[in-house]
Design a protein around this ligand. Structure first.
Ligand SMILES: *Cc1c(COP(=O)(O)O)cnc(C)c1O
Length: 244
């Protein structure tokens, strides 16, 4: 597809998603400014990030470290006067990738163990010492809503301890929670459960206000249950290869 055609395709998709989000906020009786749209650009080239940036987007979600590390550099070269841009790591992460991610990530939505947390805290402090970042890394704890250890996320019974550890760690701040509804589950029910977990967390950690929930297929339900950040890929950029 030629670049102009791609740009107009992405522009209409973005307008449609913004309309959807406006309507979802209206229906939920929520102020539109309470919910951030985070475009997810995984599997798509830096040129698509540049298109979204030209349309006013300033924050982007990526889920694979290698791809993201390369894309951040490519985007910086492609749009040298982009101004401040915030990259969010939303996918599962191995500890040995923490150093790379801490150099470019504003936030990470997928922290689900103290081992990963410790690696990120060390990496964020090192990145600060090396002049690669000035702000602490914002950490969202990924909650498992079905307790399946293979799908990522911390179980409810281990969340309080992980939240405490995050508050104690240097180089990071506890920003909030993230979840992905279990495969085949009812998203309403999943987000309702998540909202309860978030309410409990806020009692002990009142600054952990971020709730990252909702994707292309379920953003309306997520907004109804208090999401402050919907992570949208497919509705903006189209289908990804199956293996995603
Ligand atoms: C890919 C991805 C998304 C975006 O999903 P879509 O259904 O394409 O909107 C959201 N969250 C996470 C964690 C992802 O990996």
């Amino acid at each position: 597809m030629d670049p102009a055609q791609r740009a107009s395709q992405v522009a209409s998709a973005l307008a449609a998603v913004r309309d959807r989000l406006d309507r979802a906020c209206d229906d939920a009786g929520r102020d539109r400014t309470e919910v951030q749209l985070l475009p997810v650009t995984k599997f798509f080239p830096a040129s698509d990030v540049a298109i979204l940036h030209a349309l006013g987007c300033r924050e982007f979600g990526e889920s694979r470290e290698q791809e993201a590390t390369a894309k951040v550099a490519e985007f910086d070269a492609l749009v040298p006067s982009a101004g401040p841009v915030r990259w969010h790591m939303i996918g599962s992460l191995q500890r040995n990738k923490a150093r790379a991610v801490a150099r470019w990530a504003y936030a990470i939505h997928s922290v689900d163990s103290t081992r990963l947390l410790d690696a990120l805290a060390r990496a964020a402090s090192a990145a600060r010492d090396e002049g690669d970042r000035s702000e602490p890394l914002r950490v969202l704890l990924q909650v498992s809503l079905d307790g399946d250890p293979n799908r990522g996320g911390v179980r409810g019974d281990a969340l309080a301890e992980l939240a405490e550890a995050t508050e104690r760690a240097e180089g990071v701040v506890l920003a909030g929670l993230m979840a992905v509804p279990p495969l085949g589950s009812d998203p309403e029910q999943a987000f309702d459960t998540l909202a309860g977990v978030h309410r409990d967390l806020l009692c002990d950690h009142p600054r952990a206000t971020a709730l990252s929930a909702g994707m292309t297929g379920d953003l309306e339900a997520a907004v109804r249950y208090g999401s402050t950040c919907v992570r949208v890929g497919t509705a903006l950029l189209g289908p990804r290869p199956i293996a995603s």
